[in-house]
Write a protein that binds this ligand. Structure first.
Ligand code: AMP
Length: 352
């Protein structure tokens, strides 16, 4: 099998290739990414290759989803390593039962993606945008007002350019999955979304391109987020159904971590804030007071890891604020049944 990967920066030539796949009735799956590929991304690609003849990976750090004070300029860019990983993955896929492999990488410039007006992060800025409300204004959207407008807009562009039969997204960003799934439904986009499980490091921290900024002090504390969510999930598993009963243990764990942290010598002190622990309905991510028996719930959390005091920092990375998010689906099968597309086909699949 030919392992070569074609790289496209512009729309016309990519579309020509996409049309060939369409004429030959080969399924095309898209894995949208911002690059700095890690095991989480590679798992999405492997999942796509299982059933797709051709996997398209997009690598584009989309400016409009970064707030004005966020880390757009610092976002890691590792193009050569990304290509090496994808070439290596293609080689490994040869030895599996996968139907396809990565055939195409789309690596557009901002001029290509935003052909008329420069991309803006200003909530009131001009341009053509997709907004999905109220879903996109809650939780992550409350802390990052332009985030889901940027995500939905760039995904709409990618879907229009590539016309993928299937799109693959990670459960790590569960609210993003709901926003994109809602966009697919509401705009009648001719694609199907496959939800892939969260891939974690051995200590439980979900892989994320931004983890490289944690530095080892903050990295040591980061798995506490999953620890807190797991405590909440365990309470649910023991029969608790009320919001406060379930979220209480998560807050308790983080306050214990905070207390222990405060007792440390300032040179080891790690500043963090719990942005939220949340228990939401799987359909619209509205907070719920209890978990119903019919639809399960999404348990999610976000931590803001603050920059360490400059006085004590030994590594550059420690000076950048890092946002950590994670989630667990309570009664996952029921949750997925509710996220499922109303067209009735098996649009969102549970793979975890
Ligand atoms: P990003 O490059 O961070 O925009 O992520 C691209 C895709 O990879 C999104 O669908 C993410 O949800 C997914 N992803 C990122 N991290 C993980 C992870 N640890 N496990 C599974 N999927 C992930």
């Amino acid at each position: 099998m030919d392992n070569s990967i074609r790289i496209f920066e512009d729309v016309t030539s990519l579309r020509q290739q996409r049309n060939v796949a369409l004429l030959e009735k080969r399924l095309v799956g898209l894995v949208p990414t911002m690059g700095a590929l890690h095991e989480g991304h590679l798992a999405l690609i492997r999942q796509a290759a299982k059933d797709m003849h051709e996997v398209y990976v997009s690598i584009y750090v989309n400016p409009t989803q970064f707030g004005l004070n966020e880390d757009l300029d610092k976002y890691p860019k590792t193009w050569d390593a990304d290509m090496e990983k994808m070439i290596g993955l293609n080689k490994n896929l040869k030895d599996t039962k996968a139907k396809g492999r990565i055939t195409t990488v789309f690596k557009p410039t901002s001029q290509v993606m935003y052909p008329n007006l420069p991309p803006t992060s200003d909530p009131n800025g001009s341009g053509s945008f997709v907004t999905i409300t109220p879903l996109g204004s809650l939780l992550e959207g409350a802390s990052r007002p332009v985030f889901f407008r940027g995500v939905a807009t760039v995904c709409m562009k990618l879907f229009n350019i590539i016309q993928p039969d299937y799109v693959f997204f990670g459960q790590k960003d569960i609210q993003q999955v709901l926003v994109i799934n809602r966009m697919i439904q509401d705009f009648h986009i001719n694609t199907q979304l496959i939800l892939c499980p969260i891939v974690r490091e051995p200590d439980g921290l979900a892989f994320s391109s931004r983890n490289v900024f944690l530095g080892h002090h903050r990295r040591d504390l980061a798995p506490a987020l999953l620890g807190a969510l797991t405590a909440a999930r365990n309470t649910f598993a023991r029969g608790a159904r009320l919001r406060d009963e379930i979220l209480g243990p998560a807050h308790h764990i983080m306050s214990l971590v905070q207390e222990a942290n405060r007792k440390l010598h300032p040179s080891y002190h790690i500043g963090f804030e719990v942005d939220y622990f949340s228990l939401t309905d799987p359909l619209d991510m509205q907070e719920v007071e209890s978990v119903g028996s019919s639809r399960g719930a999404i348990l999610s959390g976000a931590l803001k890891m603050l920059p360490r005091s400059l006085e004590y920092v030994r590594e550059d990375e420690d000076t950048i604020p890092v946002r950590l998010i994670d989630n667990i689906l309570l009664d996952a099968d029921k949750v997925l049944a509710f996220i499922r597309n109303r067209r009735g086909d098996n649009v969102v699949k549970a793979l975890s």
